[in-house]
Design a protein around this ligand. Sequence first.
Ligand SMILES: Cc1cc2nc3c(=O)[nH]c(=O)nc-3n(C[C@H](O)[C@H](O)[C@H](O)COP(=O)(O)O)c2cc1C
Length: 396
Amino acid sequence: MVAKRRILLGVSGGIAAYKAAALTSTLVQRGDDVDVVMTAEAQRFVSSLTFASLTARPVYTSLWDLPERIPHIRLVREAQVALVVPATANLIAKLAAGIADDLLTAALLAARIPRILAPAMNEAMYEDPATQANISALRARGYEIVDPERGFLAERERGVGRLASEERILQALDRALARRLALKGKRVAITAGPTREAFDPVRFLSNASTGATGIELAREAALRGASVTLLLGPTQLEPPAGVTVVRIVTARELYEAALVHAVGADLVIATAAVADWRPAEHRDSKLSKSGEDLTVRLAPNPDVLAALGERKGSTFLVGFAAETDDHEAHARKKLRYKHLDAIAVNDVGGERGFGTGDNELVLLWGNDGRRELGRSDKKMLAARLLDAVEELMRCS
Ligand SMILES: Cc1cc2nc3c(=O)[nH]c(=O)nc-3n(C[C@H](O)[C@H](O)[C@H](O)COP(=O)(O)O)c2cc1C
């Protein structure tokens, strides 16, 4: 049975609000449940009665109608995607600034579901640097923008700013819904963060990984309906809500945890920066300063990824390669000898990679499969990586 789709449709105060009524009718006819939220200004253009009749559901217009039900949170928890048609310049500016002074802006700020905006406005309003900067800021935060088209505008002139066609809006909506449900029922394990290898009670070897990439992947996989276990090394970052977190400190602990939680999963993504060596001896008391050279002998750690590769079964196994030179050649070797299905190559030279907000990834698979995921913040890259991995899983 096809899962029932629940859409939160926001309508803000532009002339194209009448087109949101036609879109609502299309959605209802194809069997979607639509909760309509209107701004106060939207109700000057179209009556809430129109949407209530089309959806056979209440239309939400205020934070204060049923405050005991906390409508701005409930609505975005129950929906799978939030879509705003039309999105006014004013609404876009408020969202970019994080303002939440009415039901629609508060709900969108609280949303952990995909958010799609279809702007429509006068050409000068659209091209104003303020609007353009706001749209770019929202895009960077993961909003999808269905760009307006060039055509006849309400001012009886031609220009850019006309609401995108219903077909383009529906395509964006369906892409988001498909993504949202893509991992439903799947078990996903993700390793993240550094490991720490102690050589006395207060000193250890580690690296600069923050776990941000793995944390964002775990958040995104959970949003897409997966049941996610995050095996997380020592980091200051908070793990996402809705994910089972298993804390590890050393590579050997990660190895043991991976055998329990990652073997047999549908998808494993190994982003953890696991120490390849650990001090061969661990001292129980703190080593005192002596002024002499100190030699610490290192012993190899177990290879977590290779161990998962040996026990792969039907798991789709994705590794990460943090390289400083000859990236892709090294990564392809690792892909083969560790029996991975795909590997994301991460240049950790210079300013990129560990700890920084932005990153740049290339995904490699098979003999010559290659996709550039581009340079972006880690949240956006996590979404792009999962899009690509889901596509490969469907084909494998
Ligand atoms: C006749 C008329 C048409 C308007 N059309 C648009 C429009 O198409 N796009 C837009 O961004 N603003 C438009 N506006 C301005 C918005 O209605 C105004 O910025 C309002 O504060 C938006 O409120 P909201 O974003 O809370 O819905 C229009 C205003 C009027 C009076």
